[in-house]
Design a protein around this ligand. Structure first.
Ligand code: FE
Ligand code: FE
Ligand code: ZN
Length: 301
C-alpha cells in the first residue's frame, strides 16, 4: 500500500490531534510534524488526552501511527562542539525530544546530522557519533532517521559514506535508520532519474533495510548544485516521472513517503498548502500542470 503524507503543523493547543486533522484534510495516510517550530527549541508538554484523541481519529481514517514521523528542529547541530554549552544543549534537547516523541507513541524521529562549520569533516562526524552515543539508550522505542543532506555549506551527510561512518561509530546503531530526501540527494549529486541504480549503491554502502523514511521533494536546482531548495512535485529538475518511480519503488513499498514541498505563493501575498493536490497527482500518477490555480480555487471556494 502507498504510505503517503506531508509535513503538517503541530501547535501546543491541539498537538497531535491538530496534525492528524490537517493530514486527513489532504487525503493522507501518514504525516510528519515538528513538536514545535522547526527553527527553535521551545516545546510544550505533551497532553495524553489530545494524543489519545488523535490516535482515535487516526484509526478511523486508516492512519497507522507506526508510519507517522517526527522531525527534530533543524537548529540542533551535533556536528560542532566549538561551544561546549551549545553542544550539550543540543544533546540534552534531543534526549528530551526522544521522550516527547515516545510519549506521543511515534516511532521515527528524523534528524539532520549537522554542520561542522569552522571545524573539519572528520571532527564533525566524531562529534555526531559521540553525541549519539550519549543520547541513545537501549530501551528506547524511537528510531533516529539520519537524513541525507544536500551538502550546502558544511553539512555532514551528503555522501552516503559519511552516514555509514556515523552508523558504524554508534554503539546502539540498531536505533539508527536513514531518511532519504530526493531533493537533497539530487543536490548532493546522486541521480534520482536512475533511482534503481542509486538503491543498488545505497544497498552496498548502508543497506536498504535501513531506509526508514523518504522525503519526496522536487528540486529547484540541477543535480550536484548543493543548494537545498525544494520544489513542488513535477515542477523542478527531478521531474514528475522520476519522483513517481521513487514513490512506487517495490523495494521501498512500506516506507512512509513525506512531502516537504513549498506552499504555493501568490502575487497578492497569499499562500496555500499544495499537498492535497500533489497527493492526488501521486495517487493518479498523472501530472497536474494547473497546481497554482487548483490550489487557490480550492482554498478560496
Ligand atoms: Fe529534514
Ligand atoms: Fe527533508
Ligand atoms: Zn531540504
Amino acid at each position: 500500500m502507498l504510505v503517503i503524507g506531508s509535513h503538517v503543523s503541530f501547535n501546543g493547543k491541539e498537538q497531535l490531534l491538530g496534525s492528524a486533522r490537517e493530514a486527513i484534510s489532504y487525503g493522507e495516510n501518514t504525516f510528519m510534524f515538528y513538536t514545535g517550530a522547526p527553527q527553535n527549541t521551545k516545546r510544550c508538554d505533551i497532553s495524553d488526552d489530545l494524543t489519545n484523541k488523535a490516535k482515535e481519529l487516526m484509526k478511523e481514517n486508516d492512519i497507522n501511527i507506526e508510519n507517522v514521523v517526527c522531525h527534530a528542529p533543524y537548529i540542533i547541530n551535533l556536528a560542532n562542539n566549538k561551544s561546549e554549552e551549545k553542544y550539550l544543549f543540543a544533546i540534552n534537547f534531543l534526549k528530551e525530544e526522544i521522550k516527547r516523541v515516545e510519549k506521543l507513541g511515534i516511532k521515527k524521529l528524523v534528524l539532520h546530522p549537522g554542520s561542522f562549520v569552522d571545524l573539519d569533516i572528520d571532527t564533525g562526524i566524531n562529534n555526531i557519533i559521540n553525541a549519539l552515543n550519549i543520547i541513545l539508550t537501549s530501551n528506547q522505542n524511537v528510531l533516529i532517521c539520519l537524513e541525507t543532506m544536500a551538502g550546502k555549506g558544511s553539512e555532514v551527510g551528503f555522501k552516503l559514506e559519511d552516514i555509514k561512518r556515523i552508523i558504524d561509530g554508534v554503539k546502539l546503531n540498531d536505533k539508527l535508520m536513514v531518511c532519504l530526501d530526493t531533493c537533497h540527494l539530487n543536490d548532493a549529486g546522486y541521480d534520482i532519474k536512475r533511482f534503481d541504480e542509486f538503491l543498488e549503491h545505497f544497498d552496498k554502502v548502508i543497506g536498504t533495510h535501513k531506509i526508514g523514511c523518504v522525503h519526496v521533494n522536487d528540486s529547484k536546482n540541477d543535480m550536484g548544485a548543493r543548494k537545498d531548495r525544494h520544489e513542488n512535485i513535477g515542477y523542478g529538475h527531478i521531474g514528475f516521472d522520476s519522483l513517481i518511480n521513487v514513490i512506487y519503488n517495490e523495494r521501498l513499498k512500506n516506507v512512509p513517503k513525506i512531502l516537504e514541498t513549498p506552499y504555493i505563493k501568490y502575487d497578492d501575498g497569499k499562500s496555500y498548502p499544495p499537498y492535497k493536490f500533489e497527493i492526488e497527482m501521486i495517487r493518479n500518477k498523472k501530472f497536474n500542470s494547473n497546481l497554482n490555480k487548483d490550489v487557490r480555487s480550492y482554498y478560496e471556494k
